[in-house]
Design a binder for this molecule. Structure first.
Ligand code: X2X
Length: 351
């Protein structure tokens, strides 16, 4: 072999080695996930990125991806699509591992976790300071302990928002105005009780079915936070009247399936928990935008869409409270009086 041939062979060997090393590095990168980690974690939400709820999901996923350097890769599935859009089946699916993680509404999970009905008690939690005192205090910790026992890992609070009443028919100021009106409600028995007590005709359906039902006139009205009213453009499906009655607020809860949680390193669990807390705070701020600034600019925006916005007087609001008192008492017993007593005490201390 001449020197040149020898050198060429040597160079080729080096080159081959380089290629081998190169592809090895790519493989190593693809296999960099710690043992037991999945390539993708499925995050369930009802609403997507156009809504504060879905924005919260995006924020959580981004923070986790960044802070774990891609070890934990979350993909959001809005529309509760992992359970065929059936919101009330979401909690069971998380527990069973069909869903890895979720940001869910207290209402949608209340059929499985009865204590979550606390947030739906009519006219219990009346403003943002009150909901913050509940979620940020003893009651919030109790609820997390209950969720943990129910088989999921709760990490942080978010917010869907105060659910205000809209309809296509007339201005609603007192329960008498609601009489006989067909109102879409979520899949929770408490809502059927509440709207029946108010003289309305409640119809249970998922969020996915709601807009078509409003559009066709199959139902006259619905109740949801105002950020949903605007992002879903409910004024275009005949919702011309809005009543700011502040009768309940549904918080969102960030959770992870237990098996998934246990498959992560302690370091990664802490990252996911902290990211949920950070995302929850940001999501709550987004959900309250336009409602906490002086003059509540979101109401002006909605009026600008041709919607009548009415706020019942204190006396009229009291009519709603009275009409739903029996429902409150019935559900207080179902939730467990000690927990509701604790919440009532907490709220009485809120200035
Ligand atoms: O279905 C609703 O009304 C919604 C989107 O607010 C919930 O998931 C509770």
């Amino acid at each position: 072999m001449t020197l040149i041939t020898q050198l060429r062979a040597f160079a080729l060997t080096l080159c081959g080695l380089g290629i081998a090393l190169g592809s090895g590095a790519v493989q190593a990168q693809q296999q960099a996930l710690p043992p037991g980690y999945k390539a993708e974690y499925k995050l369930s939400t009802v609403l997507g990125s156009a809504f504060p709820w879905g924005k919260g999901g995006d924020i959580w996923a981004d923070l986790v991806r960044e802070r774990t350097k891609g070890r934990i890769n979350i993909k959001m599935y809005p529309g509760t699509s992992l359970v065929g859009g059936d919101q009330t089946r979401e909690f069971t699916a998380i527990r069973q591992g069909v869903i890895d993680m979720a940001i869910g509404s207290s209402i949608n999970w209340s059929p499985q976790v009865k204590e979550l009905n606390l947030f739906s008690l009519p006219f219990l939690i009346k403003d943002f300071r009150s909901i913050d005192a509940i979620t940020g205090g003893d009651v919030g910790r109790d609820i997390f302990a209950i969720l943990d026992k129910a088989g999921v890992v709760p990490l942080a609070w978010g917010e869907n928002g105060f659910r205000e009443l809209s309809n296509s028919k007339r201005e609603i100021k007192t329960p008498a105005d609601l009489k006989g009106m067909k109102i879409r409600v979520v899949g929770s028995p408490l809502f059927i009780d509440m709207f029946t007590a108010l003289g309305a005709n409640p119809v249970q359906m998922s969020w996915a079915d709601t807009q078509p039902a409003l559009s066709s006139g199959a139902v006259d009205g619905q109740e949801n936070p105002l950020t949903i009213f605007t992002a879903a453009k409910l004024h275009t499906v005949a919702q011309k009247h809005l009543t700011m009655w502040g009768y309940m607020v549904d918080p969102l809860i960030f959770v992870v399936n237990k098996e998934v949680w246990n498959s992560w390193t302690a370091e990664d669990r802490e990252i996911v928990r902290k990211a949920a807390v950070d995302a929850g705070k940001q999501e709550i701020a987004i959900a309250r935008t336009g409602l906490v600034e002086p003059g509540k600019p979101l109401l002006k925006t909605i009026e600008g869409l041709g919607v009548t916005v009415s706020t019942p007087s204190a006396a009229d609001r009291e009519e709603f409270v009275k009409a739903t008192r029996a429902v409150y008492n019935k559900w207080k017993a179902q939730i467990g009086a000690p927990l509701v007593d604790k919440a009532e005490k907490t709220l009485a201390a809120v200035k």
